[in-house]
Design a protein around this ligand. Sequence first.
Ligand code: SF4
Ligand code: SF4
Length: 181
Amino acid sequence: MLPGLVGLLAMPDIDAMDALDQPLTNLFEHYVDLETQIRNLTAPFSHQYCQGCSGACCQEAICKESVESPFLSTLVGMQTIRYDPARGWQSTAGCRLEFGRPLVCYEYFCEEVLESENFQNACIQEFIRRFVSIGSKAHGNTHLLCISDLDILTPRKIDKIRDNILLLLAEIARVRSPTEP
Ligand code: SF4
Ligand code: SF4
């Protein structure tokens, strides 16, 4: 990445999606919906375990992927926040990024979280696994978040990723509202 570009990518830009074609715009919107649901699912655990964790696993080296990945940086560009080259998105109140976080931020490699009974009972680990793989093989073997030029995505591939996102969203909704048909 070019020096100085990190800060520019995080500039407020609510029209960031204007330059995108419609299928891609829809894909971003659905992705944000899904990431929001994943964040809502994991929030009670991150609150319970991560809040007071002195060995917090957030690092600028991880945050950086959000401004280096063209897919994530588009999402970052929709938020009125600026990247801190020293601290990334970390703040005393937690992560400043609402969406467009690197996938590893949802993977909780920490045993305390992963072995928590509630975490496993709520199928969260499985939902996270599917969320992380939603962009797999978006172009050849390249993950959606690693694609350097989003224009190479074929309409068929965009539709497939969107369908998988909608499927996962529906399954999460069913788990969250088990009484609904
Ligand atoms: S995932 Fe584990 S190590 Fe990372 S902040 Fe949470 S409790 Fe701490
Ligand atoms: S959760 Fe936020 S602050 Fe933590 S590593 Fe990920 S992007 Fe950075």
